[in-house]
Design a protein around this ligand. Structure first.
Ligand code: ADP
Ligand code: MG
Length: 678
């Protein structure tokens, strides 16, 4: 099977060769001119001098001024990669890392994956000994500390979008602060949109701050007079008001909270458009951008808008500061963002109002090329009285299991005194320790166990690593390693396996009795069938699955399998199989699968109670999301199941649980997790 993303030069007819060449030359020229026109370009030498002089520099500048694409190139041009070392730039988001690496490869006129590359989880596009400039996620650079605690392959590190204050960025900054003393040759650049700069400077021994003066045109801000009950409908109305009353050119950027919202709005917009008298108004081109969008569709947002057409970009807050789309004149901002939150042992995704700093950033996106307008779908009163000033750093509102495990495995035992911009509460740390103990990563003295070390090594969340581990080493559930690795791989991409908008009736037609099982078992069946059918695209189309996603799943599975081999899991698994009776019935396999998941997610369990389902640890009532197989089953079956294990919890209109599998026996909990459930 072919990789659709390989660079293939389109064959050109002889007569058109000159034309094609000219086009290429023009493209390079325009890229060069664009580079020179960016605000950072004027300060190139000053910035480079400053970096020579100071080991640490903070660079602050308006979004779109060229920090992310240009600064790392300046460093390469200034010789930072001459001695075989590499320049690396981190991004909080995968989409930003890949899309910017691809842009920079174009600017440097090299092939992506060679001199310029990216490395995100499960997708490494770099070439050892060749890549000199690498874009990566903050989480991936953090993992590099495990193999190389001094990060000795880098001469310069740029921590970009530091103002986002993701958990990984915060921990990275803490660790880097520690190694800079030993690595006097290493340069650290911290770049941020226009907030928080002094806080970073204080943290880094009062290092200098370089301000890149931006250009920004005035943006007219409009508020609604009353709070909006339904911001999606309000946004659609606003989009059409702009479209039918405002002159071209002038593209629209709409901020939504996630893929689902974006997809549903896209459908609604297209529906309305099909009814609109298209002789009266220009065309409206709808383009989405969110993390799970396939890459070639992502690049669509950067394509120039055709003549006599208006582009409307439906984006998550990735377009707030990470990606800059040229040509935006109107911003529509409902003022919400989806955030990870964690309290009382339960972690979930919630939609919350943005901070003032965020909505101001968003408004700024309308004023890059000329005066613009921003339509806020909330009241002025709310802006001044209800919104927080700045977003809450992730470290204060998320589960710390993974980073605590990482720090412990790096030998950092005194977590309370580890340098951090904002310290998590002691209770957060003790909860993380407790959780890690529960899944066996730590022993009762708080020291990291052998299993814990394995969990740290796996390129997935420690909870999933534990599930995989159990499928080999736990007596009650061993023998199902291949099945477990498949399900875990599918779960990493479960948001985008089915084609968008596929409803449960259609699913029932396609998958029949599997819709009476569970999400986990359906995923397993899908993958195994796809494999049996030669990983075929046609097969995916027949079953309304996204072939692109399935290929990603395949790649994830291969990598997890590689780790299993590295850890000698395969050897042990083969021994298990010879001891177990061959051809276990499906029901036995399923029981084992459930126990494996209990061992990794012992508290992601809802139990049947009078009011429906409630989390087993906390009195929190939850509902099964309509996209789940279990939801379908609950509609059909008279007898409800006692326990539901779920992979994620999301608060929208209700507390929804997704990716679920059910069981009836309480003994499975006591048997698998005696230290919690006995
Ligand atoms: P900053 O990091 O300061 O926000 P960037 O370096 O991301 O700024 O962006 C500089 C310019 O490069 C912007 O005008 C942006 O539109 C352009 N750019 C970035 N990525 C791409 C891309 N993939 N395709 C086309 N233009 C891009
Ligand atoms: Mg940037």
């Amino acid at each position: 099977f072919t990789d659709d993303t390989t660079d293939i030069l389109e064959p050109v007819e002889d007569g058109r060769l000159a034309e094609a060449l000219e086009e290429q030359i023009n493209k390079m020229k325009s890229i060069k001119e664009t580079r020179k026109s960016l605000p950072v370009y004027q300060y190139r030498q000053e910035i480079l001098d400053s970096i020579r002089q100071h080991q640490i520099l903070i660079v602050v500048g308006e979004t779109g001024s060229g920090k992310t694409t240009q600064l790392p190139q300046f460093l390469v041009e200034d010789g930072y990669t001459n001695d075989g070392k590499c320049v690396v730039c981190t991004q909080p988001r995968r989409v930003a890392a890949t899309s910017i690496a691809s842009r920079v490869a174009d600017e440097m006129d090299v092939i992506l994956g060679k001199e310029v590359g990216y490395n995100i989880r499960f997708d490494d596009r770099t070439t050892p000994d060749k890549t000199i400039l690498k874009y990566t996620t903050d989480g991936m650079l953090l993992r590099e500390f495990l193999n190389d605690p001094q990060l000795s392959s880098y001469s310069a590190i740029m921590i970009d979008e530091a103002h986002e204050r993701t958990l990984s960025t915060d921990i990275l900054l803490g660790l880097l602060r520690g190694i800079l003393q030993d690595r006097k040759d290493l340069r650290l650049i911290i770049s941020s949109a226009t907030m928080n700069a002094t806080k970073f400077s204080k943290f880094f021994f009062d290092c200098p701050i370089f301000n890149v003066p931006g250009r920004r045109f005035p943006v007219d801000i409009h508020y609604t007079l009353q709070p909006e009950g339904n911001y999606i409908n309000a946004a659609i109305t606003t989009i059409f008001q702009i479209h039918t009353t405002q002159k071209l050119p002038g593209d629209i950027l709409v901020f939504l909270t996630g893929q689902e919202e974006i997809e549903s709005m896209q459908t609604k917009l297209l529906e309305i458009l099909s009814k609109l008298d298209n002789t009266k108004f220009p065309d409206l081109l709808v383009v989405p951008i969110y993390a799970n969008l396939p890459q070639e569709q992502q690049s669509k947002i950067f394509e120039p808008t055709p003549k006599n057409c208006r582009k409307v970009v439906l984006a998550t807050n990735i377009a707030e500061t990470s990606l800059t789309i040229d040509g935006i004149k109107f911003v529509v901002d409902p003022g919400f963002v989806k955030e990870q939150s964690y309290s009382g042992g339960v972690s979930k995704l919630v939609t919350v109002p943005c901070s003032r700093a965020s909505v101001d950033q968003r408004a700024g996106r309308a004023g890059r090329l000329g005066p613009g307008k921003c339509f806020r779908l909330f009241t002025k009163w709310s802006y001044y009285n209800e919104l927080e000033k700045v977003p809450k750093p992730e470290i204060l509102r998320t589960k710390l299991n993974q980073v605590v495990l990482l720090l412990l495995s790096l030998g950092i035992n005194d977590l309370l005194h580890f340098p951090m911009l904002d310290k998590p509460k002691t209770i957060q740390l003790s909860e993380a320790l407790e959780n890690l103990y529960a899944i066996g990563a730590l022993n009762s003295r708080g020291a990291i166990t052998k299993v814990g070390q394995v969990m740290c090594d796996f390129p997935c969340d420690p909870e999933y690593a534990k599930v995989i581990y159990s499928s080999v080493f736990e007596e009650s559930c061993n023998g199902v390693l291949p099945e477990i690795v498949t399900i875990v791989s599918m779960l990493q991409e479960s948001n985008s396996i089915f084609v968008p908008g596929l409803n449960s009736e259609e699913k029932t037609k396609l998958f029949g009795s599997l819709m009476q099982s569970s999400d986990h078992m359906l995923y397993l069946w899908i993958y195994e069938q796809w494999e049996e059918n030669g990983y075929s695209r046609r097969w995916c189309q027949d079953f309304k699955l996204q072939h692109k996603t399935m290929k990603r799943v395949l790649r994830i599975r291969q990598q997890l399998w590689k780790y299993c081999r590295k850890q000698d899991f395969l050897l042990k698994h083969d021994q298990n199989l010879t001891q177990l009776k061959e051809n276990m019935p499906r029901s036995v396999i399923e029981a084992k699968i459930i126990k494996c998941f209990i061992s990794g997610f012992p508290t992601n369990i809802a139990k049947l109670s009078k009011q429906g389902y409630t989390n087993i640890k906390q009195d929190l009532s939850v509902s099964v999301h309509p996209s789940s197989v279990i939801f379908n089953r609950m509609k059909q079956e008279g007898k409800p199941m006692k326990y539901i294990l779920y992979q994620s919890l999301m608060l929208t209109s209700k507390e929804f649980i997704r990716d679920c599998i059910t069981f009836d026996k309480y003994e499975w909990l006591t048997e698998t997790m005696p230290h919690i459930y006995k």
